[in-house]
Design a protein around this ligand. Structure first.
Ligand code: ATP
Ligand code: ZN
Length: 303
């Protein structure tokens, strides 16, 4: 079966013409229409209604997190090409004058800025770990989280954004609890996406880890089946991952010094849904006219 669109450019033209996204001068940065945001909010509520851990705290994160916490995630080692750092001005009046002078002359004014104590968030769950208790309780720590993340992506594919939201169900605990969390979420995630009329296939993921060391990381990731992606066909060019089920082993337990009752580094897992991507996948599957979508899908999304 062929995808609804031949190429990412065709899909981009269609969603722009329909007014669902409004392009900026930079690839991957769009404004969203009110209708698009309504569908996305409906999706967010619908995903939340699938929660099974009713006591898990629900947290909405800002798009930035402390630089020191971000460094503990090791994201910059694996994906330096996707990272976004924030610069701020801390200068005097004289330095401000110099900045304005450079700006006026078309020179690099950003040399007057310096790195802030925050960076842009690269994944929803990164903001969570530093706020968990160092001693993870026997019943594990769970959270339902949402936040804007940034990735320095490029290209005409409107599903490859630089700024987007992730909705995640996270567990930190023993290896059995973490794997159990991920593996019990996979069929639930499939069912909720299918219930919205999407037909994802579940694939073992291979992330684009950076550089030569990255090739080893990706081999390990595939071999240990640490991450599964839920992939739909929006264009004939390539599948689009709208959600992922991740087992991070003891990575964040080690770097954030989180331990379980036996004194071992805690293991983590998360089920992550990309809100903008899944909304785009819904438009690709059901057409760009919301009024013509199946009634049960509109009812589930409340729009
Ligand atoms: P991809 O393989 O497509 O680059 P990813 O494996 O990096 O995605 P994850 O880190 O698993 O993605 O993020 C969870 C979800 O966030 C993805 O399943 C997807 O829905 C969404 N997502 C990831 N990158 C983007 C992006 N650039 N634009 C929009 N949504 C994204
Ligand atoms: Zn995550």
């Amino acid at each position: 079966m062929s995808a609804p669109y031949a190429a990412p450019d065709d899909f981009r033209t269609a969603v722009l013409d329909a007014g669902l996204l409004v392009a900026s001068a930079v690839d991957g940065v769009y404004q969203l229409s009110g209708e698009f945001e309504d569908v996305l909010q409906g999706l967010q509520r619908h995903l939340g209604s699938q929660r099974v851990d009713h006591d898990a705290p629900r947290r909405w994160f800002p798009p930035v997190l402390p630089r020191a916490e971000f460094l503990r995630t090791d994201y910059v080692a694996s994906f330096p090409d996707l990272v976004g750092s924030v610069d701020v001005f801390r200068g005097s009046d004289a330095e401000h004058k110099a900045l304005l002078g450079d700006l006026e002359q078309g020179c690099d004014w950003t040399q007057h800025l310096e790195p802030a104590e925050i960076v842009l968030s690269s994944a929803g769950c990164h903001s969570l770990y530093a706020t968990l208790p160092a001693q993870i309780p026997d019943e594990a720590s769970r959270a339902e989280i949402c936040g804007f993340v940034f990735r320095h992506e490029s290209g005409p594919d409107p599903t490859r954004l630089q700024s987007f939201r992730m909705y995640e169900f996270v567990l930190v605990g023993t290896p059995e609890q973490a794997l159990g969390h991920r593996d019990s979420w996979m069929p639930r995630a499939l069912a909720v996406l299918e219930g919205l009329g999407l037909r994802p296939r579940v694939e073992v993921a291979h992330d684009p880890f950076f550089g030569r060391a990255g090739r080893m990381l990706v081999a390990g990731q595939v071999e240990a089946a640490l991450k599964y992606e839920f992939v739909v066909d929006i264009t004939d060019a390539t599948g689009t991952a709208i959600a992922s089920a991740n087992y991070q082993q003891d990575h964040f337990g080690r770097t954030f010094s989180l331990t379980t009752g036996d004194g071992q580094p805690a293991h983590g897992a998360c089920m992550a849904f990309g809100l903008e991507r899944t909304t785009l996948a819904l438009y690709a599957a059901h057409g760009l006219d919301l009024a013509a979508w199946p009634a049960d899908v509109r009812a589930a999304l409340g729009c």
